[in-house]
Structures are given as structure tokens and as C-alpha cells.
Design a binder for this molecule. Sequence first.
Ligand code: CTP
Ligand code: MG
Length: 223
Amino acid sequence: MPAAGSGQRFGQEIPKQYMPLAGRTVIECSLEPFVADPRCTAIVVAICAADGRFADLQVAGEAKLSTVAGGAQRADSVLAALESMQAPDDEWVLVHDAARPCVSQAEIDALLEAAGVGEDGALLAVPLADTLKREAAGRVCETPSRDSLWRALTPQMFRLGDLRAALRAARAAGRSATDEAQALEWQGRQPRLVAGSALNLKITTAADLQLAAAILSQRGERR
Ligand code: CTP
Ligand code: MG
């Protein structure tokens, strides 16, 4: 779980993953389904080296959970977590953003089912619904087709060895993938798209936190 970001766009002193949500914090909500799932045998959370908050959370005491220092980019934080894992190369690993507290059990189950089908892994995603506009100097210069375009969510699921190799290769090439699938794509792989839910939003701004609170409260804080 990459959790080493500083939440520049959220713009609060407290990084967004530590904001209160549903009686706990955003990151605790994001961790919950994985902590509770016996199929998930180890969790590594990449936190900022200067982070003084994670250790104070109740979840920090979970036996299967450990932390590592994250890096400058999201991909660096993910790779740092993978490098600390002892599991065999063919073990499956899921990468899930600390900033996505509304992932559902149904999405995780769908992802696990789809990823096992091939060898290239899979990611949750949602087909694009809005019309896209490209901007130049405040005006529309193009309306790109949204045909076959999806928004990538997390979790994303790959073989540990494949993902680690892909992220190492990207780093060696001076490239930073914005999601795990992209690093695999650069290796010529074609991860499967698994339809997720628009409710599995990423908290970027204060409005997203309000939406997440509404979603979790309607769900009765259960998944
Ligand atoms: N992340 C990370 N290491 C980084 C940057 C981001 O582990 N160097 C994590 C964030 O903590 C978050 C996830 O990656 O859980 C998705 O990143 P994003 O939503 O962009 O979060 P921030 O980078 O914190 O926000 P911003 O881009 O607005 O600064
Ligand atoms: Mg960021």
C-alpha cells in the first residue's frame, strides 16, 4: 500500500490518508478489507520517512503488517514495499492506494478471479463516462474520443516477481509509472481490465473526502 504521499492537491497540513473518515482514518478504511481477509498473508505499507502518524494507529499493531520508507514518486514507494517482501516470485501481490478507502469486497473478489486467468495480472477500472476536452490556453482545442478508454483504479494485481522486475526496469530507464499496469505494459504485458465501481474513488480533494464519508455511511461502514 503506497501511503507516502503528502497530498499536495488536498492542501491540508495533515496528509489526506490520515484525515478522519467513518470514525477512523482514511488509511485505516483502505487497509480494512485486506487486514480482515485471510487470503492476504502480508501487508507492507510504504510511509514517508518523516511520518509520525502511522505508528499511532491501532492497525499498526497487526501481526501481518509492516512498514517501509516510501520514495519520491508513487512507483518508488511501491517498489520499496515490494523489495521488502520475502514471498516467492510467483506469489500474487495487490497494490492498493492508501487514498482509496471505499474499495468493496465485491471488487476485490472480482479482481482475484480475473487476475488468476492469465499471467499478465489485472486491475480494477471504470469505463470513461464523460466527454473529454483537451485544453489550450483556456479553450477547447480537441474532443478526443472516449471509445475504449477506462479510468484505472486500485487494487491492481500481479505476480510479485513480474511487478518487481517491471518497476526496477522502469526505474533503470528513468521512467516512473503512474500505476502498476503501466510498468507491466512497458514490458509488453497486457493486464486485464476488471470493471470496478465509481464508488471506489481516490481522495484527491476535500470534496472527495465528503463523498467517501457519504459512501461509507450509506454502506453502514461494512463491506
Ligand atoms: N504515494 C506514495 N509515495 C509518493 C507519492 C504518492 O506512496 N511519493 C501514494 C499516496 O500516499 C497515495 C497514492 O500513492 O496513497 C496515490 O497518490 P496521490 O493520490 O497522488 O497522493 P499524493 O501524492 O499524496 O497527493 P498529491 O499528488 O495531491 O500530492
Ligand atoms: Mg501524487
